[in-house]
Every structure is written in structure tokens, then in C-alpha cells.
Design a protein around this ligand. Structure first.
Ligand SMILES: C[S@@+](CC[C@H](N)C(=O)[O-])C[C@H]1O[C@@H](n2cnc3c(N)ncnc32)[C@H](O)[C@@H]1O
Length: 275
């Protein structure tokens, strides 16, 4: 599939999930982005960029941290994500934020502008992450810092769950977890290599597992439709979805406690580098 078509598909999926994203009573993207913001440590008066800002998981805390003397720009390829995040920015009365619809592969923003760039759970969606990250390097001021979050090791139940969808997915499918298994997003060294090849220095990695609890398997199911995993469900023919759901629930049985709650952990990798 040509890269533009791939990006259009990603944008369309995130347009469809924008209203439910991180809004179904499961904390997932916000804690992951909070860890990235902590690592990037934005300071008052700094200029920041959040690439693939989604519903503002990193952008909003960064905007609060840089304060009225600083500025935070967020962009996303999904117009719906941008529109709903703009509404949140307006509702909070943040005056130091601007939001745009742009493609991270070629954002066309002014060079040498940002003290820090955040990119939480986005880079693995890009057709050519190495080229994109090299272009982000040039957006930083000299001495500025770039931080990415990506998925690291995961609970075996996630592996089993993803395997349920695999037979339905086209080989070029870009997904946070499945594309993480091979290529540069499969290891610390792989992601660090992308940052070094982009010209960044002092490249460093930290890890933090995040734990998630679902009240029951139905809540997992609702959640799985509320974010990028929706794309996986949409590849399953409608007539086969109940069978796939039943198989997925069997995978979850092994991580269900006596009260019916499901507990899963996911490793998160934060990779930072300086210009
Ligand atoms: C998993 S979400 C992460 C969103 C947000 N950073 C967060 O932590 O919640 C991935 C986001 O990347 C955006 N995205 C994917 N490909 C993109 C591209 N080429 N350019 C800009 N944004 C992109 C999607 O629209 C989506 O909002």
C-alpha cells in the first residue's frame, strides 16, 4: 500500500475512535503519556511540540507545565482528534496551545523552534519512522530534547489476544503492539538507533510497566473498540466477530481474579535524545 493511502487509513480509524478514546473508564494513554512528560520535564516558558497529540494525553500536561510564558503546539493526522482536543483546550481556558492537522512524516513546521518534542505511542504508525524522526530533529532548538514512548514487553495474555486477530490483518497493518514485535520498535537498541541515526545525542531509555484493570471482559471489549485496536476489529468480518470475541474472552480468563476483574501489565519504553 502506498504510504499516503496508509496514512489516510490511520487518520480515518482515529477519526472514528476520537470520541471514545481514553473515555471508557480505563486509564491507559494518560498514564503512559504522563511518564513521557515526566521524563521530558517541561519547564516554564519553554516551547513544546506534541507529535500525534491525539486527545492531548501529553499535550495538556505539557501546556500546563510550560505555563502562560511558554507555548505548546499539538498536531495530529486525525481532524477529529484535533477538533475534540481543541474543545478541551478551550474548556480549560489554556491560552498557550495551538492545534493543527498535520502529517508527522512531513509536518512542515519551522526549524530550530522547540525546546522539547513529545511523541507518545505514534512513531510505529509511520511508513518511514527513521526519515520522520530525522526531520523532527531539525525542529528542535540546539540543545532541545525529543522523547518517544513505545511499547516494550507485555503480559503473555496480550500476546495471546493479539494472536487472535492476526489471521485477519493485512501484512502492512500498522499497529502499536503488532508492529512492535519486529523492526526498530522491538527493542531498546532499535528505538535508540532511530534517534542516533536522526542525529540525536545522549540517547537514553527508561522503562515503566503500566497496569490496567478491566471490570470484566465486556469492559475490555468496549475498550478494545475505543482506540486504535478498532482497526483490528474492523478487519474481522462481521459474521465472525462474536467467535473472535469468545476466543478473546478465553484468553482473558487466565488473568481474571475471583471478582471477575481482569488485570494486565504492559511495559512502556521511554526513549529520549538531545539535539
Ligand atoms: C495511539 S494514539 C496516541 C495519541 C496520543 N499521543 C496519546 O498518547 O494518547 C496515536 C495517534 O497518532 C496519530 N497519528 C498516526 N499517524 C500519524 C501521522 N502520520 N501524523 C500525525 N499523527 C498521526 C493518530 O491519529 C493518533 O491520534
Amino acid at each position: 500500500m502506498d504510504p499516503q493511502e496508509q496514512s489516510r487509513r490511520v487518520a480515518a480509524v482515529f477519526d472514528r475512535v476520537a470520541a471514545t478514546y481514553e473515555a471508557v473508564d480505563v486509564d491507559w494513554f494518560n498514564p503512559i503519556a504522563a511518564g513521557l512528560v515526566r521524563e521530558l520535564a517541561p519547564k516554564p516558558d519553554e516551547r513544546a511540540l506534541d507529535i500525534g497529540c491525539g486527545r492531548g494525553a501529553a499535550l495538556l500536561p505539557i501546556a500546563r507545565a510550560v505555563g502562560p510564558g511558554g507555548h505548546a503546539t499539538g498536531f495530529d493526522i486525525s481532524a477529529q482528534m484535533v477538533a475534540l482536543t481543541q474543545a478541551d483546550v478551550d474548556a480549560e481556558g489554556l491560552t498557550n496551545v495551538d492545534l493543527q492537522v498535520l502529517d508527522a512524516s512531513d509536518p512542515g513546521l519551522p526549524l530550530g523552534t522547540y525546546d522539547l518534542i513529545a511523541c507518545s505511542l505514534v512513531a510505529f504508525f509511520l511508513p518511514d519512522p527513521a526519515a520522520a524522526i530525522a526531520s523532527w530533529h531539525d525542529l528542535l532548538k540546539p540543545g532541545g530534547r525529543l522523547g518517544l514512548s513505545t511499547f516494550a514487553e507485555r503480559h503473555p495474555a496480550w500476546v495471546e489476544l493479539d494472536a487472535v486477530f492476526k489471521p485477519y490483518l493485512p501484512p502492512q497493518m500498522r499497529d502499536a503492539r503488532t508492529t512492535g514485535e519486529s523492526g526498530p520498535f522491538g527493542s531498546d537498541a532499535g528505538v535508540e538507533g532511530l534517534l542516533r541515526a536522526a542525529g540525536l545525542h545522549e540517547v537514553r531509555t527508561t522503562h515503566e510497566p503500566i497496569s490496567v484493570t478491566f471490570q470484566d471482559a465486556e469492559q475490555w471489549h468496549t475498550w478494545s473498540w475505543s482506540h486504535g485496536q478498532r482497526a483490528m476489529w474492523e478487519f474481522v468480518p462481521e459474521g465472525e466477530r462474536s467467535a473472535v470475541k469468545a476466543t478473546a474472552f478465553q484468553c482473558l480468563a487466565g488473568v481474571t481474579d475471583d471478582d471477575g476483574r481482569i488485570h494486565l501489565t504492559q511495559g512502556v519504553r521511554y526513549t529520549l535524545g538531545d539535539r
